[in-house]
Write a protein of this length. Structure first.
Length: 250
């Protein structure tokens, strides 16, 4: 498909989403869990379509955690196949709509066909500037932090910025800003090892909506919730936060 237009470098909010509840959505309807995952992929498509118009510049979606390998082999196989098919079918749309796609997480344990689909999608969409879409597959924030720490030279004194850049390198993706808003569907209120460093000052929005049902109205609600929050970053209410650490300056 032909690229139709291009915008300047994506700016705007970084929203992370823990897309939870596919299995329960399916079970509640007497369907196999796989059906929930398939519906979940449609919800991803909808969200990616509507995100840029809502001021989102970076969207990081938790698709498969490194702990999800503990699930039955059949479910894992199904999910990996679904990711491969989704990447193959969505790449052309991403190119046309200016979406840059990256997959973060480990690549060495994925099936070769999935790794190839990831590489192809990343190359084809590299010029996208309207939305930076990051899909986390075989992702563990703790493992990413450990791997980044292992990359530090022995005498290095990393700053927050330099360590964040290192994290993006171990994630195989261009640097992304800190997460502004973290949404978790499915009713659980936990992070499940997602973007622990990047969410240091994220606003958290938990919703009981199961992921396959998540729609534009849910996104609008989450964003309205976010815009109603006062972000202080440790400073006092109503003052412009000075984001430089001051401990060493006193
Ligand atoms: C999220 O839905 C998708 C993945 C973790 C891969 P779940 O599969 O965790 O759905 P529930 O939480 O069992 O309903
Ligand atoms: C988190 O969901 C991982 C993804 C959404 C990909 P889980 O369903 O795996 O998390 P827990 O087990 O409830 O913490
Ligand atoms: Mg779950």
């Amino acid at each position: 498909m032909q690229r139709t237009w291009q915008e300047p470098e994506a700016a705007g909010l970084h929203v992370g989403v823990i897309m939870d509840g596919n299995g329960r959505w399916a079970t509640a309807r007497g369907l196999p869990r796989a059906a929930g995952h398939r519906e979940g992929a449609d919800a991803v498509r909808r969200l990616v379509e509507s995100a840029p118009a809502t001021g989102i510049g970076t969207l990081t979606l938790f698709a498969f955690s490194s702990d999800n390998w503990r699930r039955p082999g059949r479910e894992v196989q199904w999910l990996l196949r679904l990711f491969r098919e989704h990447l193959r079918t969505e790449t052309a749309r991403c190119v046309v709509t200016g979406v840059r796609l990256n997959v973060i997480g480990r690549r060495d344990r994925m099936p070769r066909s999935l790794a190839a689909a990831v590489g192809a999608a990343e190359s084809a969409t590299a010029a996208g500037r309207r939305l930076h879409l990051r899909i986390a597959i075989d992702y563990s924030a703790r493992d990413a932090i450990l791997r980044a720490a292992q990359c530090l030279p022995p005498d290095a004194v990393p700053s927050r910025d330099s360590f964040a850049r290192l994290l993006s390198i171990v994630d195989h993706a261009p640097p992304a800003p800190p997460v502004d808003l973290l949404i978790r569907t499915g009713g659980e209120q936990r992070l499940s090892d997602f973007l622990l460093w990047e969410c240091a000052y994220a606003e958290l929005h938990f919703t009981p909506r199961m992921w396959p049902d998540f729609d534009h109205a849910d996104l609008a609600r989450a964003l309205a919730d976010f815009h109603g929050r006062e972000r202080r970053f440790g400073a006092l209410p109503g003052t412009a936060p000075d984001l430089q650490p001051i401990a060493g300056r006193i």
